[in-house]
Ligand binder design. Structure first.
Ligand code: SP5
Ligand code: ZN
Length: 341
C-alpha cells in the first residue's frame, strides 16, 4: 500500500473565486478537492507532514517571492476586496530598458509576483502553500526505495523561480526534486502528467542538467493555459540543454496517444539515467475534467502508473490539478495503484 503524506493546512487556502477574462467565476481549485482525494485513499497509511526549514524552498524560488507570499495578506489594504488581486503587471513590454523595482504600494506589488488574475490570496493561503512544501519535503524523507504520495494542495507546477500563478503559489515538485538531489541522487527526473504544461517547474530547472523535466500536456499553442510555454522546441539552455522534454498534445488526444507519449517520457528518463523521480500528478487530463480536452480514462491513468512504475526507482508523486470532484479521488487512486504494481 502506498503511504499518503498530508498536511493539516491543506484546506486553509480558500481562493473564493478566480477572475477570468475580467469575470469573477467560482473557481475550480477548491478545498473540497482534499476531501475527495482523502476519502478515496482512506484505507492507506497516512503520515502527517513534518515542518521543515526554508533552505530547499529558497534554492528553487527567489527570496523576494517567498517573502511576498509570506507577508502580502497581512499587508493588503482596505480596498474593498477580500483577496489579494493584482491589477497591473510589469511585463517586459511595459518596463523596456527600466529596472524592476519594488513598488511602495502593496496593490502595485501584487502583479510583480503574481502573473495572472486567477490565483487569489486569502487569509490561509500562505499556511496551506507552505504546508504543501512540507508535504513534499516529508515525502523525500520517507520515500526510501519505494513510492510515496503527497497530497499537496494548493498545487505548484506553474510557479516559476520568481512568480506564482495558475492556482499555484510555491512549487512543491521543484522543492522535492531539489531535496532528492541534496539527498544524494545525482540525476533526478520530474515527470509532469498534469493536463497543463508545468511552466514553473520548467523555468526552475531550464538551465540545469541535473534535473530532467518531462511533460505531456494539452498544446499551449492550440490556445491553452499557460499559452507562453510548453512548446516542443523548448529543450533547455546551457548545462540544461537536452534535459527538458515537452510533448504537446492536441485536444481530443485520448488514451492511446497519451500513453504513447508517456512511453516516450519513460524512455527519456531511462536514457537520462535518473535514480529518483518526482511525478507531478495532475489528473485534469481526464475526460470528465472541466479544465482540459484530453479525454483520458481511469484505465488510462492506471496504465500510465504502470508504465512509470516500471522504472522502479524511488518515486515521489505529488498532487497537481484535477477538478472534477466526483472522479478526482478514484483517478488519483488508479494512478497510484498502477505505480506500485
Ligand atoms: C494546477 C493546474 O492545473 N492549474 C491549471 C490552471 C489553468 N487554469 C486555466 C483556467 C482557464 C479558464 N477556465 C475556465 C473556467 C472558468 N472558471
Ligand atoms: Zn492542470
Amino acid at each position: 500500500m502506498i503511504r499518503v503524506v498530508r498536511s493539516t493546512h491543506a484546506r486553509d487556502h480558500v481562493p473564493g473565486a478566480e477572475i477570468w477574462l475580467g469575470t469573477t467565476t467560482p473557481g475550480t481549485e477548491v478545498p473540497e478537492r482534499v476531501d475527495a482525494i482523502e476519502s478515496a485513499l482512506a484505507d492507506w497509511p497516512t503520515i502527517e507532514a513534518v515542518s521543515h526549514g526554508d533552505d530547499v524552498l529558497l534554492a528553487v524560488h527567489d527570496d523576494a517571492l517567498v517573502e511576498h507570499l509570506r507577508t502580502v495578506w497581512d499587508r493588503w489594504g482596505d480596498y474593498g476586496v477580500d483577496r489579494v488581486t493584482p491589477y497591473l503587471f510589469p511585463t517586459a513590454g511595459m518596463l523596456g530598458d527600466l529596472p524592476m523595482r519594488e513598488p511602495s504600494a502593496v496593490h502595485g506589488a501584487a502583479g510583480r509576483y503574481g502573473y495572472d488574475t486567477m490565483t487569489l490570496i486569502g487569509p490561509g493561503t500562505w499556511e496551506a502553500a507552505r504546508g504543501a512544501v512540507d508535504v513534499a519535503l516529508t515525502c523525500v524523507d520517507e520515500v526510501g526505495e519505494g513510492v510515496i504520495y503527497g497530497l499537496t494542495r494548493p498545487p505548484g507546477h506553474h510557479v516559476t523561480r520568481a512568480a506564482y500563478g495558475g492556482s499555484c503559489y510555491l512549487n512543491n515538485a521543484a522543492v522535492a526534486a531539489e531535496a532528492l538531489r541534496r539527498a544524494g541522487h545525482e540525476r533526478v527526473a520530474i515527470v509532469d502528467i498534469d493536463a497543463h504544461h508545468g511552466n514553473g517547474t520548467q523555468d526552475v530547472f531550464y538551465a540545469r542538467g541535473d534535473v530532467l523535466y518531462a511533460s505531456l500536456h494539452v498544446d499551449s499553442g492550440a490556445g491553452w493555459f499557460p499559452h507562453y510555454a510548453g512548446f516542443a522546441e523548448e529543450t533547455g539552455i546551457g548545462a540544461g540543454k537536452g534535459a527538458n522534454l515537452n510533448i504537446p498534445l492536441e485536444p481530443g488526444t485520448g488514451d492511446m496517444r497519451w500513453l504513447d507519449a508517456i512511453m516516450r517520457i519513460v524512455q527519456q528518463v531511462m536514457d537520462y539515467g535518473a535514480t529518483a523521480m518526482v511525478i507531478s500528478l495532475g489528473v485534469d487530463a481526464a475526460a470528465d475534467d472541466p479544465e482540459s480536452p484530453l479525454e483520458i480514462t481511469r484505465s488510462g491513468y492506471f496504465r500510465a502508473g504502470e508504465l512509470l512504475g516500471a522504472l522502479a526507482i524511488p518515486t515521489v508523486a505529488l498532487q497537481e490539478g484535477g477538478y472534477h470532484l466526483p472522479t478526482l479521488g478514484p483517478l488519483v487512486r488508479a494512478t497510484l495503484e498502477g505505480l506500485e504494481h
